[in-house]
Design a protein around this ligand. Structure first.
Ligand SMILES: NC(=O)c1ccc[n+]([C@@H]2O[C@H](COP(=O)([O-])OP(=O)(O)OC[C@H]3O[C@@H](n4cnc5c(N)ncnc54)[C@H](OP(=O)(O)O)[C@@H]3O)[C@@H](O)[C@H]2O)c1
Length: 295
């Protein structure tokens, strides 16, 4: 394996992949639909463009970091969401199958949701997505699986990083500027620092063989509510002037019912690929330090 294509390289995870790629001997090629320094324009919804790019650059593996990720907006933009979360990964899987290469695709804890779970969810648990976003991400997984090529699908949860728009950066801005905020306290999950996921992806890429094909769960360790997460963000950022109050999902207007509990069981990815899963609080400290260093 020599040439690795990162799609969606301008997103949260894509940017972290660019950082970890610097420490690898492999040849990484970066692409997105937004201009990218030292990278290429590639719209992964366009199958012929994908085919031409992958063959011309002799790509051996793709790490697909592109997706339609605006969960609320997806409810009214279902066609655009379907194109990016279902047709695009199918395009990548078809072309990689033609080349006999590997597709690493990222999915989400929002493929769960309709069932009341009370223990960490395994890869075998029934998927019951309730949102357009969750349903399209599940269909994207199924499109890849049905092709029978070389693939690893990694479901992750509550992603944040120093790049792009995310809960951690929003909370830093709000707790530095508002006297009081309310944060949802009845959804339980695990925040995941995109840099930890990027490191796990490199482990998967370098240790893959066809016997390891399949779906895996990866997040940081531990569990919390969005309210707990906000409290820790304020604590690690030393924001003291804002009172953070808990509220229910019903008090926070959204067109989407999010999973009540979506903690992922990471046993399989640890066993098969030996990846590290740091506790979410430790990784949050690292990310906040990186955000401050980048200011
Ligand atoms: N964010 C979360 O909380 C979360 C949670 C669980 C799982 N995930 C999954 O983790 C993965 C990475 O998420 P992320 O938060 O890093 O995503 P992100 O920040 O939204 O980045 C996605 C990137 O893909 C680009 N893109 C959009 N349309 C494209 C197209 N047609 N062709 C090529 N690139 C395109 C986007 O450009 P524009 O910005 O111009 O659209 C953006 O740069 C996704 O699969 C997501 O479903 C995310």
């Amino acid at each position: 394996m020599k040439n690795i294509l990162i799609t969606g390289a301008n997103g949260q995870l894509g940017n972290e992949m660019r950082i970890v790629a610097k420490h690898s001997d492999l040849n990484f090629i970066f692409s997105d639909i937004t201009p990218i320094e030292g990278g290429y324009y590639l719209d992964i919804c366009n199958r012929e463009a994908v085919r031409a790019f992958i063959h011309a650059n002799e790509i051996d593996a793709i790490i697909n970091c592109a997706a339609y990720t605006n969960v609320d907006k997806a409810e009214s933009e279902d066609k655009a969401c379907y194109a990016l979360n279902v047709s695009a990964p199918e395009n990548l899987a078809i072309v990689m199958q033609e080349r006999g290469g590997l597709l690493i695709h990222i999915s989400t804890d929002y493929v769960f949701g309709g069932n009341e779970a009370h223990r960490p969810l395994t890869e075998e648990d029934k998927c019951t997505p309730e949102s357009v976003y969750g349903k399209t991400k599940l269909l994207g997984e199924r499109a890849i699986e049905s092709l029978d090529g070389n693939y690893v699908i990694i479901r992750t949860s509550w992603l944040y990083s120093e790049y792009g728009k995310n809960f951690c950066k929003t909370m830093i801005a709000l707790t530095e500027s508002k006297p009081e905020i309310k944060v949802v306290n009845d959804q339980i999950g695990t925040p995941t620092y995109a840099l930890d996921l990027a490191k796990a992806i490199i482990e998967v890429l370098t240790n893959y063989d066809p016997s390891k094909r399949g779906i895996y769960h990866f997040s940081n360790e531990g569990a919390c509510t969005w309210y707990d997460f906000a409290l820790k963000i304020a604590e690690f950022n030393f924001s003291q002037g804002c009172e953070i109050k808990p509220c229910t999902s019903q008090e926070y207007p959204s067109p989407v019912r999010r999973p009540h509990y979506s903690v992922l069981d990471k046993g399989k990815i640890r066993r098969v690929f030996n990846v590290a899963t740091p506790h979410w609080e430790e990784s949050l400290k690292v990310c906040i330090n990186n955000i401050k260093a980048n200011k």
